[in-house]
Write a protein that binds this ligand. Structure first.
Ligand SMILES: [Mg+2]
Length: 239
């Protein structure tokens, strides 16, 4: 039995870009077995608050690609920022420069609720010349970036889903080998690289050839898309 289930959110716990009944089935399945679920997502700090507020079973959410952890402690919600204050300020400055240099791009609507990273909607930025110019601009400014299913995220400093999970596990009893991670996208690579037990839900097939590090288990077939794959895998493992 895994001690903690870590999972990406978009495309892994959502289906067709929304929460579906299977997400609730998964929460009930874990609750009955008393296995904590920690979502590890590129979504914003404000999204972490939303998830904790609406899903009482969730106690900790790692957000912004590993930049911060939002936790429920009794009736309080606390935030732990894993990025230095100077990097937070540098990112704010860079974001202004970016939108000045590329006025045709705009920051994602949820950038308002972000602290340690910012995002550009991939919908607004089809891969092509503009995408490449923006990436080059970020590289020239020593800004790190990664793509999720929905965003091009960028940040200052050393941040990854894995570093945040490693930090999180230091304050927990279980060791990483007793946990599992589910994911589906390029921004899950740090986890696939360093985590012993990792599972890609079947929709990972669309980006599989772009992954340098792949999950140890890759699910196949329509029936294992996103949260269906997560639940099927856990049910098979823990009938
Ligand atoms: Mg994803």
């Amino acid at each position: 039995m895994y001690k903690i289930i870590f999972s990406d959110f978009d495309g892994t716990l959502t289906y067709k870009e929304s929460l579906s009944p299977v997400f609730f089935d998964l929460l009930s399945f874990l609750e009955r077995r008393n296995i904590p679920l920690v979502i590890v997502t590129g979504r914003s700090l404000s999204w972490g608050h939303f998830l904790l507020t609406h899903f009482p079973y969730l106690k900790d959410i790692i957000v912004e690609g590993g930049g911060a952890i939002v936790s429920r402690r009794g009736s309080f919600i606390t935030e732990e920022c894993l990025v230095s204050q100077s990097d937070v300020l540098r990112l704010a400055e860079f974001s202004k420069e970016l939108t000045k240099a590329f006025p045709q791009t705009k920051l994602s609507a949820d950038s308002f609720g972000r602290k340690t990273d910012r995002a550009i909607e991939l919908h607004d930025l089809q891969e092509g010349v503009l995408f490449e110019h923006i990436e080059e601009f970020m590289q020239n400014h020593q800004i790190n970036f990664s793509t999720s299913n929905v965003h091009l995220n960028f940040w200052c400093g050393e941040v990854s889903k894995y570093l945040a999970v490693e930090h999180y596990l230091k304050r927990q009893l279980p060791v990483a080998d007793e946990c599992v991670f589910f994911g589906d996208s390029l921004n899950d690579q740090a986890m696939f690289k360093s985590f012993k037990n990792s599972v890609g839900v079947s929709n990972i097939s669309t980006i599989l050839d772009r992954l340098v590090y792949k999950p140890t288990t890759i699910l196949q077939g329509e029936e294992n898309i996103g949260p269906f794959g997560v639940l099927n895998y856990l049910k098979q493992k823990f009938p």
